[in-house]
Design a protein around this ligand. Structure first.
Ligand code: HEC
Ligand code: HEC
Length: 452
């Protein structure tokens, strides 16, 4: 009974995706919006229809620009540009980089090394440091980070994720995510988390300091909105610290550079890089400054990163074989994949706060919720989390899977098939149902995943 419902949801909503294409092609008149569905996207890496191409090109160039030690790179970092890790098959895509995290579990409780008794600056071990440089005639040396000797969760990998279409996801209201998980079968139902954004997006009347929003971005759903992810990535991936203003309030969540294993800031070495000190004496690399007079201003690079990601269109679907596509969709739903990788259409609000097209239909094939993935869980959490929480992973969006070179949080799978076979925990039943399929049905399912 349940399965039949899922299948009909799959076929009707996917058919709706195709129908949307024909209907808008037939009915289009000159003053109508260019497109209302993902089908209008033709090439990977394009800007969303209706967005400003000049603004997109400038933001993209900033996203791809490499930073130097004189601009604030480091003291510790993973790469020199957003675009160096998000480049496959084009700017904004995934990457071959694998980042490293660590932690420890004692008596079933996770410790993230971010507070007493041992503060090493958190679970991320940045791979590079500014090494040796000269400041005011003094030779300074920044050591590379290392795992603390007592860590027992080692060298956990995280691969760079593709960013196509994420502005559309940012535009979705919280209630939509609650609605998806409410429809999921109990055995695979996801968990929707909420927290106050590190940096609320002031264009959204629903966002504000201390107001919770659904966590939808990152491998562990650690972020609520794209502007916060931009600030977080700038700091943690590149070591560029920023300060911005939200409606007159100074936002300092990203204002302090990570020091190698949290060793004290070396003021005589300019805080670990060669960016000029701020007028107020802090080592924040790029600061807006005083927020007096109700100033509302996102630090310029962060704003460009946000603009680029926001305007980046979702991956185009392969629509050359509608019959195979529909058959694959049926198998996908029948074995239970849609219990997490939802086949429901997402539709942006009529007037999205972030400037993406309104009433735009798209299919990310993810509920953006967390699931207990058993042995596939990465074992990383926040200090105080029980072990079960450390096994929770966000359902990977499957759109554009064919453009990725590696799969799963740590890139361990090199093919979609291998990724499916590694599902465990709440995903085990679907994995086993896939493994039990005949080879024709398996091929249909794989072809489907490679065309969405
Ligand atoms: C060293 C490689 C690297 C660099 C540099 C990098 N990223 Fe990422 N990015 C990653 C990895 C790895 C993830 C997944 C990490 C996670 O969620 O823990 C990720 C995830 C993201 C996500 C979340 C995507 C999703 O599906 O939820 C966004 C947004 C993002 N990065 C934006 C940026 C921006 C903006 C920059 C530049 C300031 C940047 N990244 C620089 C490696 C990188
Ligand atoms: C219980 C929820 C759940 C079910 C059911 C499920 N998945 Fe997943 N899937 C996930 C999660 C969570 C991840 C991310 C795992 C990770 O990060 O290591 C994922 C990752 C993937 C990936 C890797 C994508 C990438 O970019 O790394 C593929 C491919 C995939 N799933 C396909 C499927 C297919 C096909 C089915 C049905 C046979 C299925 N999944 C069933 C939750 C689920």
């Amino acid at each position: 009974m349940k399965q039949r419902t899922l299948i009909s949801v799959a076929t009707s909503s996917l058919a709706l995706g195709f129908a949307g294409c024909t209907a808008s092609d037939d009915a289009r008149t000159s003053d109508e919006p260019v497109a209302a569905t993902q089908q209008a996207v033709t090439a990977i890496g394009d800007a969303l229809p209706g967005t400003d191409p000049t603004e997109f090109a400038a933001a993209k160039a900033n996203f791809a620009a490499e930073e130097e030690i004189t601009e604030g790179l480091g003291p510790v970092f993973n790469e020199r540009a957003c675009g160096n890790c998000h480049a496959i098959p084009t700017v904004g895509g995934s990457g071959n980089q694998i980042e490293r995290r660590y932690g420890s579990i004692t008596n079933g409780v996770f410790f993230a090394y971010d507070q007493a008794p041992e503060n090493e600056g958190g679970t991320l071990r940045q791979l590079f440091s500014n090494g040796t440089y000269t400041f005011n005639g003094k030779t300074c040396s920044i050591p590379v980070e290392h795992e603390p000797a007592d860590a027992n969760i080692h060298n956990v990998g995280r691969r760079s994720l593709p960013l196509f279409g994420l502005g559309l996801v940012d535009a979705m209201p919280d209630a939509f995510f609650d609605a998806i998980v409410a429809l999921e079968p109990a055995s695979t139902r996801g968990t929707v988390l909420r927290k106050a954004p590190d940096y609320p997006d002031s264009r959204d009347p629903a966002q504000g300091i201390g107001i919770k929003r659904v966590q939808r971005f990152g491998i562990k759903d650690q972020q609520t909105n794209l502007v916060s992810f931009a600030g977080d990535a700038y700091l943690n991936e590149m070591g560029i610290s920023t300060q911005s203003c939200f409606k007159g309030r100074s936002i300092t969540a990203f204002a302090n550079d990570n020091q190698s294993n949290n060793a004290p800031v070396n003021a005589s070495c300019n805080g670990g890089d060669l960016a000029p000190r701020q007028p107020d004496g802090t080592f924040t690399d790029d600061a807006v400054g005083s927020c007096a007079g109700g100033l509302d201003e996102v630090q310029e690079d962060m704003e460009n990163f946000r603009t680029f990601m926001e305007h980046l269109a979702p991956p185009p679907q392969v629509t050359s074989d509608p019959v195979g596509f529909a058959a694959g969709a049926v198998v996908f739903a029948a074995v239970g994949c849609a219990g997490c990788h939802t086949v429901l259409p997402f539709v942006t609000p009529a007037h999205p706060f972030n400037g993406v097209p309104g009433n735009f239909t798209f299919f990310p094939f993810s509920d953006f919720a967390l699931h207990d993935m058993g042995s596939l869980g990465d074992g990383i959490g926040n200090t105080g989390d029980p072990v079960a929480t450390t096994r929770q992973m966000r359902t990977s969006p499957l759109w554009g899977a064919r453009f990725n070179t590696q799969f799963l949080h740590d890139g361990r799978a090199k093919t979609v098939r291998a990724a499916i076979l590694a599902h465990d925990g709440q995903g085990l039943a679907a994995r086993n149902a896939f493994a039990a399929l005949d080879s024709v049905s398996q091929a249909l399912l794989l072809e489907f995943v490679n065309s969405i």
